[in-house]
Design a protein around this ligand. Structure first.
Ligand code: FES
Length: 129
């Protein structure tokens, strides 16, 4: 993967786009994550790879995404909906791409990212990680 490529993993198996709508649909093609992938692929900038994945183990707080790139921290975010958060995700991905080691200052992150960070994982290359 080129050093300037960011991968955005999107869980397509989440059944709920929010805690208020549990088990919204059993049909894999109409689940919220599938809609989120399509919405992001339609407008993703060059250098942002949208990758559909199965469960990211954040099922009760879906939709769930993860951002990763070489030499950087990986971030997992939840409670996303395809209707409300596509622009937040793209803004967050752009700032992540431009940040050294993926470390975007907290105040500069989209509000949804500030309130819904599920996990952050150190880079493979991190010493003592
Ligand atoms: S099904 Fe999406 S995080 Fe588990």
């Amino acid at each position: 993967m080129p050093q300037d490529t960011v991968e955005l993993l999107v869980c397509v198996t989440c059944r709920s786009a929010s805690p208020a709508t549990p088990l919204a649909t059993p049909d894999p093609d109409t689940r919220p994550g599938a809609h989120l992938v399509q919405a992001l692929r339609d407008i993703a900038p060059e250098g942002l790879r949208i990758i559909a994945v199965d469960c990211l183990s954040n099922c009760s707080r879906g939709c769930t995404i993860a951002l990763r790139k070489p030499g950087a921290w990986t971030y997992v975010y939840g409670n996303l909906t395809p209707e409300l958060h596509v622009s937040d995700i793209l803004e967050g991905a752009r700032k992540y791409r431009d940040a050294e080691a993926g470390l975007v200052p907290w105040r500069e992150r989209p509000e949804h990212f500030r309130k819904n960070c599920i996990a952050r994982i150190p880079p493979l290359e991190a010493p003592n990680a």
